[in-house]
Design a binder for this molecule. Structure first.
Ligand code: UDP
Ligand code: MG
Length: 329
């Protein structure tokens, strides 16, 4: 944390995909709302393979304002990766992630900063209302209900990626390098002191959404598969239920053969027993595979085992005493 002599810096991260109609207005509004802040500022724009003249507009900004950094992607990698590149590049003591279409009102970032000054490490902006299509509202609602049911972490409803992260949280999230990224999941996952600020989400100022249904579904899948092995454990559960039902079926088939042989066609009992037995066996074995696949998946994600908020007491002396012992040998 900076000394009083060097004021703290706040980095704004803006992912940009075809935002030529919004960039100038966004930059101006952010400058207006941050004018009275006692912080150094840094603006990281990540151009995510825009096909319009966004890059030129960003470079013009950069030429005039040395606090502007422009990262130009080689192609479109998607919103979550663009934000990640912004987090990687940010040098601020706090980082604010915002959409660049003015759906996230720049004024709200001041409230995020206030809560950060109050000691919170993550301040997420939570939508009280949103001006989006009924379809988008419904799908977002359904997604959060489902996520809450299956995911291993608590992801606050009605939040996007609009939020402030303390440097400690940024450094922690930077350790998560999985390719199918769901940042708000990771940010919940790392913990720290988190709080919400309510806001009313505006309409997109200009241009059209870069999140068609296909990208939304991909994000939803990344959220669910990235933070839950529930779909895999489902195989085991269905396997167990099927096994139970097959036992009943087999008992029924044998009973028919023994007590009502006249109603049973030649060979029927054997076929029924084998079909039920093999079916249940296969599902249970798949469930076992699922258990291993889930573990392989967790290992491959290669997430850090734990994150430390602080250490109280001296680690240094302990370490030297351990080292001294080793040296003696
Ligand atoms: N975005 C991006 N890459 C993409 C799609 C979107 O960097 O492939 C950016 C976009 O410029 C905006 C933010 O991500 O700043 C949110 O996108 P958008 O407003 O299109 O999504 P919506 O608000 O419709 O969900
Ligand atoms: Mg938008």
């Amino acid at each position: 944390m900076g000394s009083p002599a060097s004021p703290k810096t706040i980095t704004y991260v803006f992912p940009i995909y075809n935002e030529s109609g919004n960039i100038k207005r966004l930059y101006e509004e952010v400058l207006i709302v941050t004018a009275d802040l006692d912080f150094g500022l840094e603006f990281v724009f990540v151009n995510d393979g825009s096909r319009d003249n966004s890059l030129q507009l960003l470079r013009d900004l950069q030429a005039e304002d040395p606090r502007v950094v422009v990262i130009d992607f080689a192609r479109n990698y998607g919103h979550q990766v663009a934000v990640t590149a912004g987090l990687d590049a940010a040098r601020g003591d706090a980082v604010i992630i915002m959409d660049s279409d003015l759906q996230d009102p720049p004024g709200v970032s001041l409230e995020l900063i206030t809560q950060w000054e109050n000691g919170f490490d993550v301040v997420y902006a939570q939508r009280r209302t949103r001006k989006d299509s009924a379809f988008k509202k419904f799908t977002a609602w359904a997604f959060y209900v489902m996520l809450k049911k299956v995911a291993s972490i608590e992801i606050p409803a009605n939040t996007g990626d609009f939020r402030l992260l303390d440097r400690a949280v940024v450094d922690e999230v930077k350790k998560y390098r999985e390719h199918d990224r769901f940042l708000r999941g990771m940010i919940s996952f790392v913990g720290f002191e988190q709080t919400a600020v309510q806001f009313d989400r505006d309409e997109r100022l200009a241009g059209k959404s870069g999140y068609p249904l296909s990208k939304m579904l991909k994000l939803a899948a990344d959220g669910i598969f990235g933070f839950s092995t529930f779909p895999l454990t489902l195989i085991s559960r269905i396997g167990a239920i099927t096994a139970l039902l097959s036992v009943l079926g087999i008992v029924y088939a044998v009973a028919m053969k023994l007590f009502v042989p006249s109603a049973v066609v030649e060979g029927w009992t054997f076929i029924v027993i084998s079909v039920l037995f093999v079916g249940a066996l296969q599902l249970m074995m798949l469930g076992i595979l699922g258990g291993y696949v889930g573990r392989i998946y967790t290992e491959v994600q290669n997430r850090p085992l734990y994150g430390v908020r602080a250490i109280y007491g001296s680690l240094g002396s302990h370490e030297t005493s351990v080292r001294a012992k080793v040296d003696v040998r």
